[in-house]
Design a protein around this ligand. Structure first.
Ligand SMILES: [Zn+2]
Ligand SMILES: [Zn+2]
Length: 424
């Protein structure tokens, strides 16, 4: 059934690509036809407006929506061949194409091509929330100067915006402040809200955050402790380019950083091999017409790989751990340093599409502790409550082949390989 759903989505992407290509073609023709008029003083902008109106009528869209659609169509047709091709073949859907196009609007053609090529392989496997930072990193890597210019230009547009909603409420947003400020303020409000929640505040966390922000902006009196949490100096958010990261880590984490980096290298290589191996199995199963038993086949193959790597993993962990005589940490709860390493390795729950922050997740023993699973970086991964439950479902399987390299196997036998998050 999930294959049908995925196929239908690919079909949708294909028709949307078709529609966008037609819009781009319409725009091209209008520009050709009207080019004679340019001599009579009709500018490019007026020709654009005509195209937008035409599309607006054809699709019953408001002018703004039609303008966005035309802009996307032209961008895909003229500047983003890789992304356009990915949409046609359904490797990415419209939302992801839109994210890439938005991020690359106004970016020089050569840089845009470099960026879209760089993210092409990853985009199909990333949710919208993860694709955005991925594209941002690629732009920064491709052209650090242009990235910095765009950031400055965006900062020059910083403003407070207010909209009235049809529901009788309003939205208020500060736009284009520095990422450092944005995250620091949000984290601060969030920390205060979590504190209230822990104290038994019955409101949903979203409401607490909104109410706190409002109270703060309106200068309403707040409980002492909450006021301290909110206004006691703002820490920079970790990993943001604008400021130095806060020196919160212990000195002995330097070794952990190196280890972390080595694990990442190994996992990337292993992930490639694993993907290839499972793909071969899938191809063979298709040829043999044995797709019914696919979940079992993939599970067994993954189990065999996990078993095959067991000894190597043991000796790797032992030689890099604190105690050369044993694998991992004594006891169920991981020590603080290990926890930090795992939370940095995966910033979110390791379910592929989940955005729950790892600092708010359970650290799950991938192989259960009571079945001999070690309390070690090779057997721990953050899972939110919901996906912790899912993992315990008998038709879902989760393996950790190497520290930070996890594989989900779904009931239909599709697999999703999770590698450590790349750093900002
Ligand atoms: Zn280990
Ligand atoms: Zn989750």
């Amino acid at each position: 059934m999930t294959a049908v759903i995925a196929a239908a989505r690919r079909q949708t992407s294909w028709t949307q690509a078709l529609e966008l290509a037609a819009v781009a073609e319409l725009s091209r023709r209008r520009h050709d036809q009207e080019s004679g008029l340019a001599a009579q003083g009709m500018g490019q902008l007026q020709i654009n407006a005509i195209v937008v109106d035409e599309v607006s009528l054809a699709l019953t869209l408001t002018g703004t929506a039609a303008a966005g659609w035309v802009c996307l169509a032209e961008q895909l047709a003229d500047d983003l061949p890789v992304t356009a091709a990915a949409l046609v073949t359904g490797r990415i859907d419209l939302k992801r194409a839109q994210i890439i196009a938005d991020a690359l609007r106004g970016v020089e053609r050569a840089v845009a091509t470099e960026v879209e090529t760089a993210v092409a392989d990853d985009a199909p496997g990333l949710t919208a929330a993860r694709l955005r930072p991925r594209v941002k990193r690629a732009i920064r890597a491709a052209d650090p100067q242009a990235f910095e210019q765009r950031r400055r230009a965006a900062r020059d547009e910083r403003r407070l915006e207010l909209w009235d909603n049809a529901t009788g409420t309003s939205d208020l947003a500060i736009r284009n402040i520095t990422t450092g400020d944005g995250h620091a303020i949000y984290n601060r409000i969030n920390a205060a809200a979590q504190a209230l929640k822990t104290d038994g505040d019955p409101r949903p966390i979203d409401h607490i955050r909104a109410d706190l922000t409002l109270a703060l902006l309106r200068g309403l009196p707040l409980p002492e402790a909450i006021r301290d949490l909110l206004t006691g100096g703002i820490d920079p958010a970790p990993g943001q380019a604008d400021r130095e990261p806060a020196p919160t880590r212990a000195g002995d984490d330097d070794g952990a950083d190196l280890l972390d980096a080595m694990d990442r290298q190994i996992t990337q290589a292993l992930a490639g091999i694993t993907e290839e191996h499972l793909r071969d199995l899938l191809t063979q199963a298709r040829l043999d017409g044995r797709l019914d038993g696919l979940a079992l086949l993939i599970t067994q193959a993954t189990q065999a790989m996990a078993d095959g790597l067991q000894r190597l993993r043991d000796s790797w962990c032992q030689s890099t751990g604190n105690d050369p005589d044993r694998h991992g940490h004594d006891g169920y709860r991981p020590p603080a340093g290990m926890r930090r390493l795992i939370e940095r390795r995966h910033r979110t729950c390791v379910f592929p599409t989940c955005n729950a922050r790892s600092t708010r997740c359970d650290l799950d023993h991938t192989r259960p502790y009571d079945k001999g699973g070690a309390t070690c970086r090779c057997n721990l991964a953050p899972l939110c409550r919901r996906h912790h439950k899912l993992k315990q479902h008998r038709r879902w399987r989760l393996f950790q082949l190497w520290p930070g390299l996890l594989i989900w196997i779904t009931p239909t036998g599709t697999w999703h390989i999770i590698t450590p998050d790349l750093r900002e």
